[in-house]
Write a protein that binds this ligand. Structure first.
Ligand code: TIU
Length: 228
């Protein structure tokens, strides 16, 4: 049952985060096979993908409690059309990957929308009622219907989770921050291929009086969501 009552995460950092269930959405960023499983885009960039697998249970917990209390849930996928018309050459040609976006890999074409690799991992499969926003960039707002979707639902606050902390999650939080949303990142439901980048990202988000937003543990978020 949805409620408009105000919730508070007292031990969020840098200070308490207040929100209401009806105006808040949980955003799960890019929990796709291409980033989390061997043989995908993340691995093609030379990364060890195993650290990302460690957050699957925490994201499952967040999803379960959000669904239990009737909070809006939105998933994103970083992916491209089969003809790559939405993939700038600068993005495809960047770096020296073993496989480029659109190339055939063990999970089908890398980061192409209908390939196996671009799908959200089965453990975190979206419900039919939950929006899945496909995005061609790192940020969830650029060239997507996300802002219109949030406006239609009256959403003002966003709780973020997913991968990777300093790339798609942070970019999306910064885009959201500039659009006037209060943003909180679930500390143990986000991960990076680079542990030090995750630590720095959490620090920079909440620095200067929450310049980008707040952070809190999954346990603290769950407690606040379940509070009657
Ligand atoms: N490479 C990396 O850390 N991330 C991405 O390319 N995309 C997302 O973060 N989803």
């Amino acid at each position: 049952m949805q409620s408009t009552s105000t919730r508070r995460i007292e031990n969020a950092r840098p200070f308490a985060f207040s929100f209401s269930l009806s105006s808040t959405a949980l955003i799960v960023i890019d929990m796709q096979c291409d980033f989390i499983n061997p043989g995908g885009f993340g691995a093609s960039l030379g990364n060890d993908v195993s650290p990302l697998q460690s957050i699957i249970p925490s994201v499952q917990q967040l999803l379960a409690v959000a669904r239990e209390v009737g909070m809006t849930v939105i998933h994103t996928r970083e992916c491209h059309q089969p003809d790559l018309s939405d993939c700038p050459p600068a993005k495809r040609n960047r770096g020296n990957p073993m496989l480029r976006i659109g190339d055939e890999g063990p999970m089908g074409r890398i980061l192409v929308a209908d390939s196996d690799g671009a799908q959200i991992i089965p453990e975190l499969a979206p419900l039919d009622s939950e929006a899945v926003i496909d995005k061609p960039g790192k940020g969830a707002f650029y060239a997507t219907p996300l802002q219109d979707h949030l406006k239609a639902l009256g959403i003002q606050q966003l709780i973020f989770s997913g991968v990777t902390t300093e790339v798609c999650v942070q970019t999306s939080m910064r885009e959201a921050n500039d659009r006037g949303y209060d943003c909180l990142l679930a500390e143990d439901a986000t991960e990076s291929y680079f542990p030090e980048f995750k630590v720095s990202t959490l620090d920079m988000i909440r620095a200067q009086g929450a310049i980008v937003g707040w952070t809190a543990s999954v346990a603290a978020i769950k407690t606040a969501l379940r509070k009657r």
